[in-house]
Design a protein around this ligand. Structure first.
Ligand SMILES: [Zn+2]
Length: 439
């Protein structure tokens, strides 16, 4: 079994992540977070918000609507160009992303597929239709009338909810430049072939910042943000630096509006793939909005009196990819004594539970009572503490190792006489005696 399958199985077995609509046989490209996964995801999102918004005074939050005026997507270029090349197999009617059928670019044609003798991954035949551009935005209808005038889209990115509020923020907060606007929230992409667990989903969660700067200062601000992103990934998410790689996007791969983009890649079980990106978007977005809305997007510097349209640096994170990276870095199989185990070496700040408290034996009321007392105290103090009195103690340790609980606290007969407990460490499996009041 591959490491990805091991992680997918662990996630389902222990209540981190389930296939979306599992009970009805699933829904392609969607995933549901279970009790433990929800805590992990929330902790990651909170850590990001704290790091980039709360702990500094130059970035402000917004929480924009998911359904936006369709002019948003006209101005941003999504209506025109947010598409992937789609091709249909005339034999089995299977639909595929044409550029993923081999070593192709986004402008791949039927002729390219024919020349390369590409066969259908489903039926093995060679019978391709024409390649056409498939727009990935999910459309819906707003209100009771269902015609072209009521058509709207679920946002394909959170960034435009930030850009469209730039003027509102400037006119109400009067921030000094450089400043940023941050948003976390759902985005939707009708991927032709969602795949690789939560890596490429149709419904995803993004964490994005648009950082507005004076055009002359974009280079140093780009470097500053790149450094901050690494600081967050390595010191808050505790991802090993050697698994993180900066890739300078060059030439034809660079989006037309970007003067510099760095893809930050990570060694996922599926290979080295994009974890997040940092793009210098110039004044592309604000100028588009100025054109579409007829509003002035200039920023007036109170200190210099200069007026200009700010340029933008955009660090963009996908939450699911970050969850997958954290799980990848944490997942390990090793042996303790002579027994094999699976262990999630999650950072203490991200683990769903910080402590597990249990009585050595569940049929001894005096042990259970004492353990409940310790459990209640720790819960009041730390919140995320779990209780486990099932099976034998070895089984409980295996389970807590699998869900990444850093410390297990066991109440035994000695506790009753000397008020000490056994504290067992997840990573080393070592046990020490600690006084209850020292916990
Ligand atoms: Zn086929």
């Amino acid at each position: 079994m591959s490491k990805l399958e091991d992680i997918v199985n662990l996630c389902k077995r222990r209540g981190f992540i389930f296939p979306g609509s599992d009970i009805y046989g699933g829904m392609a490209g969607t995933w549901d977070f279970g009790p433990l996964g929800t805590v992990l995801k929330r902790k990651i999102m909170n850590a990001w918000w704290e790091f980039f918004v709360e702990k500094r005074d130059d970035i402000y939050g917004v929480d924009a609507a998911i359904i936006m005026n369709p002019r948003t997507w006209k101005a941003s270029g999504h209506t025109e160009t947010f598409s992937d090349p789609l091709v249909e197999c005339m034999n089995c009617k299977g639909r595929f992303r044409a550029d993923k059928l081999g070593d192709f670019q986004a402008d791949v044609t039927k002729l390219d597929l024919d020349k390369a003798l590409v066969k259908c991954p489903t039926c093995g035949q060679h019978a391709w239709g024409e390649v056409r551009q498939f727009n990935m935005m999910f459309s819906t209808h707003v209100g009771a009338v269902s015609d072209e005038t009521s058509e709207a889209y679920l946002r394909p990115e959170t960034a435009q909810g930030i850009f469209t509020n730039y003027k509102n923020v400037v006119d109400t907060i009067y921030p000094n430049i450089p400043f940023g606007i941050a948003q976390q929230g759902k985005a939707f992409r009708n991927e032709i072939s969602p795949r690789d667990f939560i890596f490429r989903c149709r419904e995803l969660e993004q964490m994005e910042i648009e950082y507005f700067v004076h055009p002359d200062t974009w280079k140093e601000n780009f470097e500053k943000i790149l450094k901050e992103c690494h600081d967050f990934l390595e010191n808050k998410m505790k991802l090993p630096a050697e698994m993180i790689h900066d890739v300078e996007v060059e030439g034809a791969d660079l989006a037309h509006y970007s003067k510099r983009t760095i893809d930050v890649e990570f060694d996922f079980p599926i290979g080295r793939e994009e974890l997040m990106g940092i793009a210098y978007r110039t004044d592309f977005d604000l100028n588009n909005i100025a054109r579409e809305s007829g509003k002035n997007m200039e920023y007036r510097d109170k200190n210099t009196g200069e007026s200009f349209v700010p340029h933008v640096i955009e660090p963009s994170f996908g939450v699911e990819r970050l969850v997958m990276a954290v799980l990848t870095a944490a997942y390990e199989e090793d042996t303790v004594g002579d027994s094999a185990r699976v262990v999630l070496r999650l950072p203490e700040e991200l683990a769903p539970y910080r402590f597990c408290v249990s009585p050595l034996l569940k049929n001894k009321p005096e042990l259970v009572e004492k353990a409940k007392e310790v459990y209640t105290k720790l819960r009041e103090k730390y919140g995320n503490v779990t209780w486990d009195d099932s099976g034998n103690i070895g089984k409980r340790y295996r389970k807590q190792d699998e869900i990444g609980t850093p410390k297990c606290i066991v109440i035994d007969f000695d506790t009753l006489s000397d008020n000490t407990v056994t504290v067992r460490d997840r990573d080393t499996a070592e046990q020490v005696r600690v006084e209850i009041k020292e916990l």
